[in-house]
Design a protein. Structure first.
Length: 182
C-alpha cells in the first residue's frame, strides 16, 4: 500500500513520501496562482484545475490554501471566501450551495497525542463531509472526521468537533446546537 493510499484510508502515513510531497508542491503552485489572479474567470479555471467542482463554477477567493486540492469535492454553486484553509489529507466532500465565510478551516489531518509518536513524523487523517446548503461563518473550524448535515449554519468562530445533524444552528467552542432551523 502506498503512503497516499494509507493517507486516504485513514491509516498512519509518512507525509515526507515523494508522491505526497509532489502533490503538495502542485497544490502550492496552483494556490499561489489562484491567490494572485485578479480576474474571476481566470481564477475559476485555476480552481477547477486544483479541486473537483461538480459544476465547474466554484468560487474560491484569494488567500486560499490546501494540502493537495484533488481530495476536495465541491458541490454546485460553492463559494469559499478569503483566507480559508482546507487541509485535505483525507477527502473533504461538500454538498451543493455551500457558503464559506472568510478564514474558515477544514482540517482533516491528525497527529499522535504522545510526543514520541509526533516525533516519528507519521500522521493520519479522517474525512470531512458537509451536506447541502451549509453555511460556515467566518473563522469557524471543522475538525477531522466530522459530518455536517444539510441546511446547517455554523456560527462564526465556532469549533466543530463532532457530527452535526441537519437543520440546526451550532455555535461555540466546542460547537453546540442552539436551535433548530426551519
Amino acid at each position: 500500500m502506498t503512503e497516499r493510499e494509507k493517507m486516504l484510508a485513514g491509516l498512519s502515513y509518512d507525509p515526507s513520501d515523494a508522491e505526497l510531497v509532489a502533490g503538495r508542491t502542485r497544490a502550492v503552485g496552483l494556490t499561489i496562482r489562484i491567490n494572485q489572479e485578479p480576474d474571476h474567470e481566470k481564477r475559476r479555471a485555476l480552481v477547477n484545475e486544483l479541486v473537483h467542482a461538480s459544476d465547474g463554477r466554484a468560487t474560491i477567493m484569494p488567500g486560499f490554501f490546501c494540502d493537495y486540492g484533488d481530495n476536495i469535492r465541491l458541490g454546485a454553486r460553492a463559494f469559499v471566501n478569503a483566507n480559508s484553509i482546507f487541509l485535505d489529507c483525507a477527502e473533504i466532500v461538500i454538498g451543493d450551495d455551500f457558503q464559506c465565510g472568510p478564514g474558515v478551516q477544514l482540517l482533516t489531518p491528525e497527529h499522535p497525542l504522545d510526543a514520541v509518536g509526533r516525533r516519528s513524523g507519521l500522521e493520519s487523517a479522517r474525512r470531512i463531509r458537509l451536506g447541502n446548503d451549509v453555511w460556515i461563518g467566518g473563522g469557524a473550524i471543522v475538525l477531522a472526521g466530522v459530518t455536517v448535515g444539510d441546511r446547517v449554519v455554523v456560527g462564526a468562530g465556532s469549533v466543530v468537533t463532532k457530527d452535526v445533524p441537519s437543520d440546526v444552528l451550532v455555535v461555540g467552542n466546542p460547537a453546540r446546537i442552539v436551535r433548530s432551523l426551519p
